[in-house]
Write a protein that binds this ligand. Structure first.
Ligand code: UT7
Length: 319
């Protein structure tokens, strides 16, 4: 028995906000710098009253439609997010309520930009154990809420969005191998080091990052975890049809592709359209490539992510 992707959906809020729009809004930056250093041309920013579960709802509706699945068939909902609607209940429970599903197991996964591959890995275990049959696995973020708009080294990089898949038990091949790791000793290079205590913010509620340290770490572990996953599945890394990496920076993506022996014609890139949407970036890229016909049934796809924690992981699947 495999866990197989039955449908995919995604959602980006509002109109794209270009690099020049950010300049107009007063960010001390320029289009040339952002494009050259990151590949990002635009991002989407949710309105203040729009939450991660709102974005997830739209992505899930599209995924359910593409899977031809009714919402009451879903018995597991996992939302990967680092920007939950509330401290509790989980964004997964709020999403469940908005979807009108009753009784499915629902919980959040907090692994920042690796969240979607962590969640897919977990859902795969539930489905292959036989305990659950149909899961919604979602990455949903409103990272714009935790950006310091006076910190040009971070605020230009991130955006909001959501992506989702319906994962179902199937005798046809689906997820072939998974790998996931963390090393909390690197927590200081990418974090939002704040919390709430006694009704007040304690510490710093904004995203802080040592960009160069993150860059070096990401390039190393993304290549390693992709190779590890391919080894588990017994597939040479250059033999996969599509690499769909976390969409943070085109230079990280290019360097990972090179290390794996994959030309850029085998790598899905959407970072230019929506920037780094953390846990949402991989399902956003997957959905774009499924809808434009590049990703086809039967192809071997490698999804991989890296993020705060530090966390990293990969999922190799036959689509
Ligand atoms: O999900 C994981 C999330 N994070 C990432 O993937 C980020 C990984 N890191 C990176 O992508 C890169 O390190 C950045 C894009 C964040 C930065 O690129 P960099 O090549 O490492 O630049 P830098 O931080 O070394 O800064 C170079 C220069 C500095 O100016 P000086 O000191 O050389 O005069 C910065 O002040 O670029 C300047 N700079 C900017 N200039 C225009 C930094 N941010 C900006 C900006 N616009 N937005």
């Amino acid at each position: 028995m495999y866990a197989r992707i039955a449908g995919v959906g995604s959602f980006l809020p509002g109109q794209p906000v270009s690099n020049n729009d950010l300049v107009q809004r007063g960010v001390d930056t320029d289009d040339d710098w952002i494009v050259a250093r990151t590949g990002i041309k635009a991002r989407h920013l949710a309105e203040p009253d729009c939450t991660s579960s709102d974005l997830a709802l739209e992505a899930c509706r599209r995924a359910l439609e593409s899977a031809k699945t009714e919402v009451d068939e879903i018995d597991l909902i996992i939302v990967a997010t680092s920007t939950p609607d509330f401290i509790f209940p989980s964004t997964a429970c709020l999403l469940q309520s908005k979807l009108g599903n009753h009784g499915a197991m629902a919980f959040d996964v907090q692994a920042v930009c690796s969240g979607f591959v962590y969640a897919l890995n977990i859902a795969d275990k539930f489905i292959r154990s036989g305990s659950h049959k149909k899961a919604l696995v979602v990455g949903a973020e409103v990272f714009s809420r935790i950006l310091d708009w006076d910190d040009r080294a971070t605020c230009v990089l991130f955006g909001d969005g959501a992506g989702a898949v319906v994962l179902e038990a199937s005798e046809k091949p689906g997820i072939l191998a998974t790998a996931a790791h963390a090393d909390g000793s690197h927590h200081g290079i990418l974090s939002v080091p704040g919390s709430i205590c006694g009704g007040k913010v304690v510490g710093d509620p904004f995203l802080r990052m040592d960009g160069q340290a993150v860059f070096k770490f990401a390039v190393r572990v993304l290549a390693d975890v992709a190779k590890e996953c391919c080894e588990v599945a017994g597939i040479a890394s250059h033999a996969i049809d599509w690499l769909i990496p976390h969409q943070a920076n085109i230079r990280i993506i290019e360097s990972t592709g090179k290390k794996l022996g994959l030309g850029m014609d085998k790598v899905i890139v959407t970072v230019d359209h929506h920037g780094n949407t953390s846990a949402a970036s991989i399902p956003l890229a997957l959905d774009a490539a499924v809808r434009d016909g590049r990703v086809q049934r039967g192809q071997k796809i490698l999804l991989e992510g890296v993020g705060g924690g530090f966390t990293w992981g990969a999922v190799l699947l036959e689509f």
